[in-house]
Design a protein around this ligand. Structure first.
Ligand SMILES: [Zn+2]
Length: 206
């Protein structure tokens, strides 16, 4: 399978589904990450690009595509951005696309979610990942991936974003705490130390 995961900022994909991307790769899938911006106010873009490349390497991503679109234009939908996104998605030809949930406190995440959903209209499977820093309670996940064996790779990929290391939600205990909750809440298994990532299915055709 070919898998595309789209994130607004560097570290969104790693936090949302670093374990699942690793699992896809371990299953023999080709994984592609599309990064919409290099962060705006939260760091030097060159530094953040380096960090994103390192995180992608850790996750075994086949190709990282950085659009670096002006962040101020991503708060609302733009046809121009949607066309860029559609072109990249069509070039890759994925079986499944993951992106932000539209239920998010961050306006850029909401804008990207909506534009990716439209750009990937022809793709059979679209799922929304959970962003620990900003997904709202309306997210309501209905798909779960056991990442107990992938957690260390996920945490290493998140730690590659050194410029963000002071943020509270990037700390391993917080990441593990949410993953343990999702494992239990999603009835993924009976391992007390089990960890999972959660998703909301937007569209799933097999
Ligand atoms: Zn973000």
């Amino acid at each position: 399978m070919k898998i595309v995961s789209v994130g607004s900022h560097p570290d969104d994909v790693e936090l949302g589904m670093g374990g699942t991307l690793t699992k896809h790769k371990d299953c023999g899938d080709d994984t592609f990450v599309i990064l919409c911006t290099l962060g705006g106010v939260s760091g030097d873009p060159r530094q953040r690009e380096k960090e994103a490349l390192e995180a992608a390497r850790i996750l075994g991503v086949k190709k990282l595509r950085i659009i670096n679109y002006p962040i101020s234009k991503l708060n609302t939908s733009t046809i121009e951005f949607e066309k860029i996104m559609k072109k990249i998605i069509d070039e890759i030809g994925p079986n499944r696309v993951y992106t932000h949930s539209p239920f998010d406190y961050h306006q850029v995440h909401v804008g990207v979610s909506k534009m990716v959903t439209r750009a990937a209209n022809d793709i059979d499977q679209i799922l929304f990942y959970e962003t620990i820093s900003s997904t709202t309670p309306e997210f309501k996940p209905n798909a779960f991936v056991d990442i107990t064996k992938q957690i260390n790779t996920k945490i290493r990929s998140v730690k590659a974003h050194k410029s963000q290391s002071n943020r509270f939600y990037i700390q391993p205990n917080i990441i593990k705490s949410l993953a343990n909750t999702r494992y239990v809440w999603g009835k993924v298994g009976t391992n007390p130390k089990g960890l999972a990532e959660s998703f909301r299915i937007h569209k799933f055709i097999l």
